[in-house]
Design a protein. Structure first.
Length: 358
């Protein structure tokens, strides 16, 4: 009897605690903060296995970066964003390069600080204010994302080739070959789905059956019809510019590796200590790790540092940590700042033209 009397109290306490936790986890800043904390913790643990980092030396190296060097890094960031935005501009009729850059930056900001599907909501709202069919716009955005996955896994092949300019390494060559095979597989599946109703319908039915195991109310036929219609919308567009889109996306990734190289130079490591094929090659070899949360923050950094340290020596580890920190500040926080500017510009211009920016 006593257990029966205590049960309602225990349930209420548990419910109250659970509700409090849900309130915390639903806060807009919980997701990005949790990702950054976990990523940095993992990176720190990896670095503990590399060697002892002198954080005073890290701080000194960061402070040595001049203002003009920061401006140069921001310039490279803008070039990277332009290259990354080429595919969606080619796949979305009427979008154009300036708007595609604004859309990418705004979606990145929304996806970082808001729960899903915040980035989709922002893109759809922008497409509407620009007079673009949201379905066509999201088709272009989806192709943009899929092509980035292919380019991301193609990067290690370029990285292995560059690294071997300094010293041949069988392990890195194998990494490049495996990653390239994955990239070819991604592009191959994409082409098969987008050029064949039969393949798209088969995959859609499998996905619908999987979804029905979670939600029995899902209409499988409507799901299949939607996927086939989507394929027909973007199949024609894909034929127009798959190769150029992949090329520009790879160029954007190479520029990102160039930002790492510039950061290494700006914190004081010259070409005699850290040759450019080593730095750029190590970054491209580790680029698939950007698939992790926060663009691989912490994990990818540690892998790049470990690869370059094998060439430069442990005495330069702290300087390399400083370089990756500068790179991250520019490419993560710099991109978020640009996203805030892009969002503000879009809202201001849409109000000015009376198109609304709800």
């Amino acid at each position: 009897m006593s257990l029966g009397r205590r049960a309602p109290y225990d349930v209420r306490v548990a419910t109250s605690q659970e509700s409090g936790w849900r309130i915390v986890t639903r806060h807009p800043w919980f997701k990005p903060l949790a990702i950054v904390v976990v990523s940095l913790l993992v990176g720190w643990l990896v670095l503990r296995f590399i060697g002892k980092v002198s954080w005073s030396s890290v701080g000194e190296a960061i402070r040595s970066v001049a203002l003009w060097e920061l401006i140069a890094l921001i310039g490279l960031l803008l070039v990277r964003q332009a290259f990354n935005s080429v595919p969606i501009s080619r796949f979305t009729p009427g979008l154009g390069m300036p708007r595609s850059v604004i859309s990418d930056l705004s979606a990145n900001l929304a996806g970082t600080i808001a729960p899903p599907p915040g980035d989709v909501v922002v893109r759809v709202a922008q497409f509407r204010t620009w007079g673009i069919n949201p379905v066509d716009g999201m088709a272009g955005a989806t192709l943009n994302m899929l092509i980035f996955y292919g380019a991301r896994f193609a990067a290690p092949a370029i990285g292995a080739a560059l690294f071997c300019l300094h010293a041949f390494d069988t392990g890195k060559v194998l990494t490049g070959v495996v990653s390239l095979a994955i990239a070819v597989g991604i592009v191959g599946v994409l082409l098969a789905v987008l050029r064949s109703d039969a393949v798209a319908e088969k995959l859609a039915r499998r996905a619908a059956r999987a979804a029905q195991s979670v939600n029995a109310d899902i209409d499988a036929q409507r799901w299949v019809d939607a996927v086939v219609d989507f394929r027909r919308r973007i199949g024609t567009t894909l034929n127009r510019g798959l190769a150029p889109a992949l090329a520009f996306m790879v160029m954007g990734i190479v520029v990102d590796a160039g930002i790492v190289l510039a950061s290494v130079r700006f914190v004081g490591l010259g070409a005699d200590l850290a040759p450019w094929p080593v730095v750029v090659g190590a970054t491209l070899l580790a680029y698939p790790l950007t698939i992790l949360p926060a663009f691989g923050l912490g994990v990818m950094d540690a892998v790049v540092i470990a690869t370059v340290v094998d060439v430069t020596g442990m005495e330069h580890e702290s300087t390399l940590v400083a370089a990756t920190m500068v790179w991250r500040v520019i490419t993560i926080f710099g991109t978020l700042a640009l996203g805030a500017i892009a969002m503000a510009w879009w809202r201001a211009t849409s109000r000015r033209h009376g198109t609304g920016a709800e």
